[in-house]
Design a protein around this ligand. Structure first.
Ligand code: F6R
Length: 249
């Protein structure tokens, strides 16, 4: 596992964008896994900046959503497909047809989860961007999620719903359910890039990187992956042991 500590959120976003750029320029039809959330907003903004400044192209990219809320209208701006379109796709040469995800409006959600899981395994994902929840979730795999889980419908924890309320207009309830890639699905990606910023992530980052690998800390599953880069703003790294921090350049 490579750990990189950055002074600012902007430099963490640049480091993550460097890895995405290397990946999408090295392959003709790269399969890129996208997370969403505040941390990713800065990464998307940096990728858009590079597209505008020097023509970083997404023309061949196939983008795959990590998770998606259930029970939102198709047009709801908070639906992750719409978030990715608004913050990334519409500003770069990434067509709407290049964004893949589970259909949260499918009649048979279990069948849809199985379909998306098969699509991901067939892709397969070359680089998967990940954030981490302050309760240690990755994607919407909340504490207690089996390490061998695949794409499925999950209930969101009250902590996650409370934290994500900031993305929703006042008065709109945060969904209680979502479709998420499972932990085994995420581990099947060729390369994982996790980004975390802020002191409120320090505890979950320390558990993910140095604690036991356990379903109670879903992000700890990244320890099982052979090709992981963790990009941390210094504030998110304060819970790490000296030896791990010393290993970071
Ligand atoms: C969303 C996702 C989540 C977020 C996590 C951190 O697609 O995968 O696991 O990455 O909740 O979100 P922020 O960056 O908003 O703190």
């Amino acid at each position: 596992m490579r750990i990189v500590v950055a002074d600012t959120a902007a430099s963490a976003a640049r480091l993550a964008a460097d890895l995405v750029e290397d990946f999408i320029t090295a392959e003709p039809r790269p399969a890129l896994g996208l997370a969403t959330g505040e941390t990713m907003e800065a990464v998307f903004a940096e990728l858009v900046r590079r597209h505008r400044a020097r023509g970083l192209s997404f023309a061949g990219v196939r983008a795959y959503l990590l998770d998606e809320y259930l029970d939102l209208d198709r047009q709801d701006p908070c639906a992750y497909r719409n978030v990715v379109h608004r913050l990334l796709a519409r500003h770069v040469d990434l067509g709407a047809g290049a964004i893949h995800g589970p259909d949260p409006h499918a009649i048979d959600l279990d069948a849809e989860c199985n379909r998306y899981e098969r699509e991901l395994r067939a892709a397969p994902i070359g680089l998967q961007l990940l954030g981490i929840g302050s309760n240690g979730h990755i994607a919407f795999n909340e504490p207690g999620s089996p390490l061998d889980s695949t794409t499925r419908v999950v209930a969101l924890s009250e902590q996650t719903r409370a934290e994500n309320a900031r993305f929703f207009p006042a008065g709109q309830a945060v969904p209680t359910r979502a479709i998420t890639q499972g932990i085994a699905t995420i581990r099947a990606a060729n390369q994982l890039v996790m980004v975390a910023c802020g002191k409120h992530k320090a505890d979950s980052v320390a558990r993910a990187l140095e604690g036991p690998v356990t379903s109670e800390a879903p992000a700890s599953a990244i320890q099982l992956h052979p090709n992981v880069t963790v990009v941390l703003r210094a504030s998110a790294a304060v819970g790490l042991s000296e030896s791990l921090r010393a290993g970071a350049p």
